[in-house]
Design a protein around this ligand. Structure first.
Ligand code: HEM
Length: 665
């Protein structure tokens, strides 16, 4: 534990100094306020950003340690090794500290936003209303409880799957603060929030992973070899994500290139870009020098030296990032609450003009960085897979590629195109988005057979633990076995209709960008799972026979029709408060618009389900033909005495035996 404490103390000092320097360079160093003006005091002025930096550091370390245990270090048949166990136990400690720091940051944020010293704001009512009613308070409270759960559970982990679950949990707990601050208040929150979420998630994996390797080097150098090669692949992808999302977020904050040197915010951006370039070079140097040296000489010395330098720069850049988030950007697109229209207050953007074919199809585009990133990443990985197959002299059916690309194009238009903009304003447009994301795009994605491509293109991992093995273990996991049962998948698929629209969940999720993203992710995943169990090409748990699948499809088809009829006939307006608060100047009859939505939902939902029914029937008839041809071939081979099973012959023999028995009775 001593090495952890030493490295932890060093990292804390680096973050604190980097935050302080960033505030000075950004021109936002705390100062005494003029008498009579609200003043949290210099203590809070410096402590608040430094503790914010510590929060980010502990979040990154917890994610990094769980990443090492779940993925970087080899495990035996799913059981964690000694070093991996050390990682999860240490993650419990960093998560515990993270929980305390998140709460402390909350108190400091309260003092900071109230403009009063801590002693004066520590009133239980004030504290509880801060944590329950302000975005920053809510985000930090979620982090506090999330980190606490991790602290109480991580030390008990002994299996890679549990470590993977904890890793996903930790990544989700890192995100909430990205929804506050500059990005949360931004007019272009689709880009601001999504890019910052990606930025922070990418940093957590990239910086966290490297810090974990530096720690593992202190514990057991021999465990480094397998972990480094896996980290190296991840590091390249996360580097691209961090730089890309950072640039996307910076792009909406500056109005002119000159802002980069004429404003404090711009200067900090330049420093961060410089750090990112240095880190990119170090990553290249590892690939060219230190990792090959480890292979040839077996000594990780060079790797550890450069990795430590890299970790210092990364931790310092986190500090600069926090300084940046505390510095006013040149483009202050935060909404002026006193002047903003009702629509702008609710939507975060001005009411779009009345919908026309042109405005819905092409004009009212609001790019959603998260979906654009996911589509580009999974599109690039898919094409990389095809290229790998081609290099092996293998081909991949073009139909599948077209289907995969078509699926993502539908998702991109549904989440960034005009329909996405109007889905915030009109129930009818929201229903079009829902149907495209849950019943249309997933059919195309499923027919793209991504898992089959991955399994054919990915190399077998050394020590039997690589990306391919991870994919196989996920596809064979108990969780996938359970959810890929067509009945379970159908329940998940239809439950989103009733579970979302006929509960307070719908208005709650409609009211925030994150809410919309959660709905959209659920629609795509629930649709993908449902159609995978019915017409999926990819390998997975044993498929139900065709008659069962057709039956399972019939049930959601009728439930879906019933759901839309229920809305069509209902006089109750769903999410009335939300839609009324927009005060839109067109299609003002909310019930009429809702009925249009139900009608569209019915048509747009039933059609793809019908297409799937036809596909299933075709697949069934083809599989029968295939079976018939296969047993004919076997019978021919048996007849020619070429060996191999003669199912038809065996079957006839069995029938003859039955006939004999019956004749005797
Ligand atoms: C080209 C490189 C990069 C650019 C353009 C960039 C830009 C940004 C921007 C615009 C923000 C949002 C600040 C705000 O809220 O106004 C941000 C946040 C942040 N960046 Fe970067 N970044 C880059 C690289 C990095 C790297 C390499 C790291 C760390 C290793 C990093 C760490 C952070 C952190 C920790 C935050 C969030 C701070 C917080 O709110 O908690 N960034 N970055």
């Amino acid at each position: 534990m001593k090495s952890v404490a030493r490295l932890g103390a060093t990292a804390t000092a680096i973050v604190a100094v980097a935050v302080a320097l960033a505030l000075l360079i950004g021109g936002n160093a705390p100062e005494r306020a003029y008498p009579g003006l609200p003043d949290p005091g210099l203590g809070t002025g410096w402590a608040y950003p430094v503790v914010h930096g510590l929060n980010d550091l502990l979040a990154v370390l917890t994610v990094g340690l769980l990443l090492a245990a779940a993925f970087l270090l080899p495990h035996t048949k799913g059981s964690l090794g000694v070093v991996a166990i050390k990682c999860v136990v240490t993650a419990s400690v960093t998560a515990g500290l993270w929980a305390v720091v998140a709460l402390t940051q909350g108190i400091l944020a309260l003092s900071y936003s109230f403009g009063a010293p801590i002693a004066r704001v520590l009133d239980p009512t004030v504290v509880s209303s801060f944590f329950s009613q302000t975005n920053e308070g809510k985000a930090l409270l979620i982090q506090f409880f999330g980190a606490l759960i991790l602290a109480l559970s991580c030390w008990t982990i002994t299996r890679a799957q549990a470590a993977t679950t904890a890793l996903i949990g930790a990544l989700l707990v890192v995100i909430p603060p990205a929804l506050t601050g500059h990005s949360g208040a931004s007019d272009r929150h689709e880009v601001a929030i999504s890019s910052l979420m990606l930025h922070i998630a990418g940093i957590s994996l990239w910086v966290g992973g490297l810090c974990a390797l530096v720690l593992i080097a202190a514990w057991d150098k021999s465990a480094l070899r397998p972990a480094i090669s896996r980290y190296s692949t991840l590091a390249l992808w996360t580097y691209v994500v961090v730089v890309g999302s950072g640039l996307a977020n910076a792009w909406i904050r500056i109005s002119a290139v000159s802002d980069l040197w004429t404003t404090g915010y711009g200067r900090l951006l330049l420093i961060k870009t410089g750090c990112a370039i240095a880190l990119g070079w170090l990553g290249w140097y590892h690939r060219k020098r230190t990792i090959p040296a480890l292979d040839q000489q077996g000594t990780p010395t060079a790797f550890i030296r450069f990795a430590t330098i890299e970790a210092v720069i990364m931790v310092a850049t986190i500090g600069v990032g926090v300084g940046l988030s505390q510095t006013a950007p040149p483009v202050n697109d935060a909404i002026d609450l006193t002047k903003a229209s009702a629509a702008r207050l609710v939507l975060g953007f001005e009411l779009p003009p009345p919908p026309t074919a042109l405005s819905v199809l092409v004009q009212q585009v609001r790019p959603d960085a998260l979906w654009i990133f996911v589509a580009l990443l999974l599109g690039a990985l898919y094409l990389l897979g095809i290229r790998t197959l081609a290099a092996q002299g293998d081909t991949w059916p073009i139909g599948r590629t077209i289907s995969w690309v078509a699926g993502w194009l539908i998702i991109l238009w549904s989440t960034s195109g005009g329909i996405a903009t109007y889905s915030h304003v009109l129930f009818s447009a929201h229903m079009v988005q829902h149907m495209l994301l849950s019943t249309v795009a997933p059919i195309f994605l499923v027919l793209g057979a991504p898992a089959s491509l991955a399994l054919r293109a990915l190399p077998t991992g050394s020590n039997g633990a690589g990306v391919r093995e991870l994919l196989v273990s996920v596809l064979n996991s108990r969780f996938i076995h359970f959810v890929s049962n067509p009945i379970v998948a159908a329940i998940i698929f239809v439950s989103s209709f009733f579970g979302l629209y006929f509960t307070p969940l719908f208005p709650a999720l409609m009211a925030s960008h994150l809410g919309h993203t959660i709905m959209q992710v659920h629609f795509v995943l629930a649709g993908y799972l449902f159609f995978w169990t019915l017409i999926g090409i990819d390998p997975g748990p044993k498929r139900a026979p065709y008659p069962i699948r057709i039956l399972v499809l019939l049930v959601p088809m009728s439930i879906h029709a019933f759901f839309n009829i229920a809305i069509l006939q209902s006089n109750e307006i769903l999410a009335q408060g939300y839609f009324a608060s927009i005060q839109r100047t067109y299609l003002t009859d909310l019930l009429a618009d809702q009925r249009v939505g139900a009608g569209i939902g019915w048509a747009l939902g039933e059609l793809p389900l019908l297409m799937v029914m036809i596909t299933l029937t075709l697949q069934w008839s083809r599989s029968d033909d295939r079976d018939a041809k296969r047993s004919d071939r076997q019978a021919d081979r048996a007849e020619r005495g070429d060996g191999g099973p003669d199912e038809l012959g065996d079957y006839n023999a069995y029938l003859a035996k039955l006939a004999d028995r019956d004749a005797k009775n």
